[in-house]
Every structure is written in C-alpha cells, then in structure tokens.
Design a protein. Sequence first.
Length: 280
Amino acid sequence: MVGPELISPKSSRVSAARRLAKRNFRGKERLFLAEGPQAVREAAGHADTLVELFATLDAAERYADILAEARDAGARVHLADEDVIADISTTVTPQGLVGVCRFLDTPFEDVLAARPQLVAVLANVRDPGNAGTVLRCADAAGADAVVLTDASVDLYNPKSVRASVGSLFHLPVAVGVPVERAVQGLKDAGVRILAADGAGEHDLDTELDRGTMGTPTAWVFGNEAWGLPEETRELADAVVRVPIHGKAESLNLATAAAVCLYASARAQRAPGGCRSVTPS
C-alpha cells in the first residue's frame, strides 16, 4: 500500500533519507539514494535492493509502473510533496522519485570465482562523476566486473550513482580492494593486467594488430589529474597508451576507459577470441 503523505520535511522518514547524502551515514546504515526514474526502475528490478521510495503525486501518476514494481519488490512507497523530494534529493532539479537502496557491492573473492574475462579496475579515482561514467562504460562494453580500490571514491556517492545511469545495478562491483591485492588476485585468476596511461610504451592500436587483446583482461585506470603512480604501473603486464591521431592533448578518463574496454571487448569477441571459445 502507498504510505501516508509526507507533508513536512521534518518527518523521521525524510530525515533518515536525507542523512544518506553523507558517506558516514551511508556506511553505517549500508543504504544509499537512487534518484530519478531510470535509477529507481533499475533498483526495483534488482532483487532485495529497493527499501523505500518517495514520489511526488505528479511522478506517481507519470511513473505508475515504477511504483507498482517498487511495491511488488517489497519497498515502502510514500507520496510526498515537492518540498520533501527537494529536501532529500541531491540534484538541482529533482525528477520526483527518490529511492532508498541497500548496498549491493560484491566481495572481491566472488568476482574472481566467476572467472572474469573483462574487468575495469579504478585505482585512486577520486571524482565521483568519473567513477560512475567508467562503470557505465564497463557495463556497455560487456565487462564482467568493476573493482574500486581502497583509495577511490565512494561507489554510493550520489554523483557516482547518477553518472552510472543504472549500470550500478547491472554488474558486480567490488569496493575497497587494495590495488596490489586487486592486481595479484586477477593475475592468479589468469587475467592479463593492462595499465592505461598516456605515457605507456605500448600502443593500443599495435596491441590490437598483434592479436594480444583476446585474452582475459583487466584494465587499470588511474586518477584523471595525475594518472597512475609508477608503483602501480609496475604491477601491470603492460602499460598501454591510447594513440592520439589528431591534435588533442589527451583524452579524459571516461573516454579513454571506453576506448580501452571496447577494444578488449571487440578482440575477445573476434574469431579465436576468448569469448568465442566454448568452456570445456
């Protein structure tokens, strides 16, 4: 059933949801906010994830199917006026739907046990928009998992969640993994480690031409401002640069990640690539 109207932002339910904009409260409650119809729809369709949903009357009418799916998923649904939604939301122009969701990160051991073929590792990525966008790119490229190292941004930062545009709910994401452990664990699982760096000695085009990209691969992406430190580059099997054929100085992190991940995805799906081989 739809809950009572939340007329005042002083409601205890609203106060509890509002606190989730802060990382310490998210970590304590293991809950985060998903805003807008796309994210809420994905959350409602992800088993045992959506806990609570706040919706304006207009949004409840416009997205009646999402509210119905939320109720079917066992979430508490509340009608709220626009002031309440504005109070909970972290966006300038709220879309009338804000969901409270359970954390859904995956243990790193489970990522390894699934024998991944394509993984994105975010090492020291501090910008939440970049993290969410790389997650979206990894999802689009068909990656099997994303790993955020312990020095990277909070996966559940509202900006990260928004930038993922629902991809957060699509593929396993391991968080808080030391970069050395991430690399060694993936190597032990038979995954080749490629560090993406503009100063890499290996060229992405050359690697594709040589036919070396079809094996299980993890791409390590660093901080957009200062890249990967030398000690992280040394952990990789190869340091690869995306060639710049025009006059652009460089590519931003999300664009470079998209190019690298799609290059691997294409190579792995080519005749003789690892994904075209039927497991024994």
